[in-house]
Design a protein around this ligand. Structure first.
Ligand code: MTE
Length: 316
């Protein structure tokens, strides 16, 4: 696994000790210690000799500013995935029986070379990179997550968007028999998201296939999901089956439901409040005190240029 961080000022490899993987016995000991301090420990399933093989812990992972990564238990037991449940602590168990294989992603629309990729093609074609990113949910909580994946730009280079293509539309799998939440008529399923093509080409925007060196857990969007770390978490759509290149700004699930609350851009911005709560600060899962929220979630140097002609108050 390579540590690239091409566009992040400090390479993670410079500040992060080599990834540490514990033996099963050590992991169980460590998990016991962490359980006392982590806010979400109570929600995590009990760790037993039987239930745990070699699962990596938080140790040794930090973002480029030195913030420690959240634990594997936190990242996989506090999830927004409305296809399964609106209860973040129930998603992990409800997603257990989801089948992420076999899996294909169809890339089509305004491209010279439309193609349906098997997940194994994507893993073979594109080197999987380590990216330790902050994830800031629009609900004002956040985590630091060590993802593995590849830049969307690499995928676009293969399918060759035409000069008319201006946006990407992403679609989550629709399987109401496996995803009980999709039976709710309240949401316009399937979950859709979108990016402008220049946003998608930014090196920070990745399609993630794993976390903590493990294949993507079902509850985090197996087998492949978007991660755009400078935008609110709802843009990072899970379990993607379709990517369409189009000249029209795509309709997105949250924007359709509540356009005055969830804009198309959804850039993290402490100066633009959600109509029902402040976005000035956030709760990092596992921490007691709130942190200040950073413009573009701390990635302004990499992405601010994309929005130089945009009024961020209007285009929230
Ligand atoms: N993708 C789909 N298909 N369905 C969802 O409900 N929730 C979004 C996003 N992607 C969601 C989704 C929201 S609101 C957030 S904050 C992140 O996933 C959470 O990702 P995580 O559970 O991996 O932390």
């Amino acid at each position: 696994m390579r540590n690239l961080f091409k566009s992040v000022p400090v390479k993670s490899s410079e500040i992060t000790p080599k990834s540490i993987y514990f033996s099963r016995r050590d992991f169980i000991k460590t998990a016991g210690v962490l359980a006392g301090s982590a806010a979400l420990a109570a929600c995590a399933p009990e760790v037993t000799e039987e239930s745990q093989t070699q699962v990596p812990t938080t140790s040794g992972y930090a973002d480029e500013t030195g913030n420690a990564a959240n634990t594997y238990e936190e990242i996989t037991n506090y999830n927004n995935y409305y296809e399964f449940s609106t209860n973040k602590e129930a998603v992990a168990s409800l997603a257990e029986s989801f089948t992420p294989a076999p899996w294909t992603v169809e890339v089509y629309g305004m491209v010279n070379k439309p193609r349906t990729f098997g997940i194994e093609d994507l893993l073979k074609l594109f080197p999987q990179e380590d990216r330790i990113y902050r994830l800031r949910c629009v609900e004002a909580w956040s985590m630091v997550i060590p993802w593995q994946g590849f830049p969307i730009a690499s995928l676009l280079a293969v399918v060759e968007p035409t000069s008319n293509a201006k946006y990407l539309r992403f679609e989550t799998v629709y399987r109401p028999e496996e995803m009980k939440g999709q039976s709710s008529p309240f949401y316009p399923w399937p979950y859709n998201e979108g990016l402008r093509i220049d946003e998608a080409m930014n090196d920070l925007a990745i399609l993630a296939t794993g976390l903590y060196g493990e294949p993507m857990p079902n509850q985090n969007g197996a087998p492949i999901r978007l991660v755009v770390p400078w935008k609110y978490g709802f843009k990072s759509i899970k379990s993607i089956v379709k990517i369409e290149l189009t000249d029209k700004q795509p309709d997105t699930l949250w924007n359709l439901l509540a356009p005055n609350e969830y804009g198309f851009y959804a850039n993290v911005n402490p100066n633009v409040n959600h109509p029902r709560w402040s976005q000035a600060s956030e709760r990092r899962i596992g921490e007691f005190n709130r942190r200040e929220t950073l413009l573009f979630n701390g990635y302004a140097e990499q992405v601010a240029d994309l929005y130089k002609d945009l009024d961020l108050q209007l285009n929230y």
